[in-house]
Design a protein around this ligand. Structure first.
Ligand code: PLP
Length: 423
């Protein structure tokens, strides 16, 4: 292990972050670290859930993003995984940051990130957090209502505002537009209100919903933003920033979906915001960067076999992490996550319909509403879940007294220099 920072900081739900990073050998993957750790833990009765984060994977995701969308500067949406190591690596790689709250602003500013590399992209901000942003030089803020403009005029009049547009995001797995975004037909009015309050609107943003399933939503939203730019310039704003938000796919194996999306975005930008017209384009990817960084390992702490009507045998596995831990968002995913089983089982073991429950006393505490097909396993066996880096431990709680999964960090030697330049 490579000690890189002697300072411990607060981790998920009151835990502390590890202070060292495991150095991966040449060609070694985080999955192998997980398996090694499982072997170590299996000699004892302490089989607590844990995650291994591969920071090299994070650097690779950044490279993939920049290659596919060379005109777009990523402002990482830290809400999806705000661990200090993730932020440090991204700060060293030169990304910007999308913050949703004062605590997130404090965290990135505390790493020494320049305020100009931050967008405070929550369209509804508290007065105290607006004052904090103003005091600390964070100028880029999103808004989508007159009420927000009134607060900004009073508490952050020097802001550079970005108007968040509503998008048709019903086909996204996690839609956001019921809560945020101004309809196109309201935008001119909002731009005039901002001008009359003496506020500067510098651009437009949107979010197509997290895990967007339809790349064409980007095309429509970019075309609508062009209309907003025309309206803004028409009423006297200097419009020069387009923010295409997040929504890019996260899980491993979804590269074709991302490539298709990137192709649609490149074409829409070339049509509506051609290069050389002085418009800077940014995005707020979260899941795309973080999902494949973490692999989780959980243990089976209880089991029941039930015979259903018709004689169907169903297995209930009780895991030591669940809905109130790192799997909170999984219940909303359309396809249940099927784990990798860590056990020698013949070549084709029979599979049974299984429900994966979490450890709390709440019957809702399960990983998905649907059954998954798994072999017959026992108490003490391990399951591995890949692609667990986004919206996982950040959403975990200590409900029923179960502590969040611990996290350890790993990195290949080729990325070592990143840690030396990291803040
Ligand atoms: N930006 C904003 C304003 C968001 O609300 C979110 C997610 O909720 C993101 C970016 C990140 O989205 P994703 O993880 O889908 O890339």
């Amino acid at each position: 292990a490579l000690p890189v920072d002697p300072q411990e900081s607060a981790g998920p739900a009151g835990s502390t972050w590890p202070t060292e990073i495991i150095q991966l050998g040449p060609g070694e993957s985080a999955r192998e670290v997980v398996c090694k750790k499982i072997r170590e833990l299996s000699d004892s009765h302490h089989r607590d859930p844990f995650m291994v984060a591969d920071l090299g994977v994070l650097a690779g995701r950044h490279q993939t993003f920049c290659q596919a969308l060379p005109r777009v500067l990523p402002f990482y949406a830290m809400k999806c995984n705000s661990s200090p190591w993730v932020l440090r690596v991204l700060a060293a790689l030169g990304t910007g940051f999308d913050c949703a709250s004062q605590v997130e602003l404090e965290q990135v500013l505390g790493l020494g990130v320049a305020p100009s590399r931050i967008i405070y992209a929550n369209p509804c901000k508290s007065i105290s957090s607006l004052q904090y942003a103003a005091c600390h030089g964070v100028q880029l803020l999103t808004f989508d209502s007159e009420e927000e403009l009134a607060k900004v005029a009073q508490h952050h009049p020097g802001a550079r505002l970005v108007l968040r547009l509503w998008t048709e995001d019903s086909s996204s797995i996690f839609p956001l537009s019921t809560k945020f975004g101004a309809r196109l037909d309201m935008c001119e009015h909002l731009l005039k209100v901002a001008r009359d309050l003496g506020l500067a609107v510098v651009g437009a943003s949107f979010h197509v919903g997290s895990s967007c399933q339809n790349a064409l939503v980007f095309e429509k939203a970019i075309a609508d933003c062009r209309r907003i730019f025309e309206m803004g310039r028409g009423v006297g704003h200097e419009m020069n920033l387009l923010d295409i938000g997040g929504g890019f796919p996260g899980a491993e194996g979804l590269e074709p979906v991302f490539e298709e999306m990137a192709g649609v975005i490149r074409a829409a930008l070339a049509r509506d915001f051609p290069e050389g017209t002085g418009v800077e384009v940014i995005a707020e990817p979260g899941r795309f960067y973080a999902a494949s960084v973490c692999t989780a390992a959980v243990n089976i702490v209880g089991k029941k076999a039930v015979l259903e009507a018709g004689g169907r045998r169903k297995l209930l596995y009780y895991l030591n992490d669940g809905h109130y831990g790192i799997f909170r968002a999984c219940i909303r995913e359309p396809v249940p996550r099927t784990p990798i089983v860590v056990k020698e089982l013949g070549s084709k073991p029979p599979l049974f319909p299984c429900i994966l429950y979490g450890p709390t006393c709440d019957a809702f505490d399960k990983l998905s509403k649907q059954e998954v097909q798994l072999p017959e396993l026992d108490v003490g066996d391990w399951l591995i879940f890949p692609s667990m880096g986004a919206y996982t431990w950040v959403m975990s709680s200590t409900f029923n007294g179960f502590l969040p999964a611990s996290i350890c960090y790993a990195m290949g030697p080729e990325f070592r220099s990143l840690l030396e330049t990291a803040p």
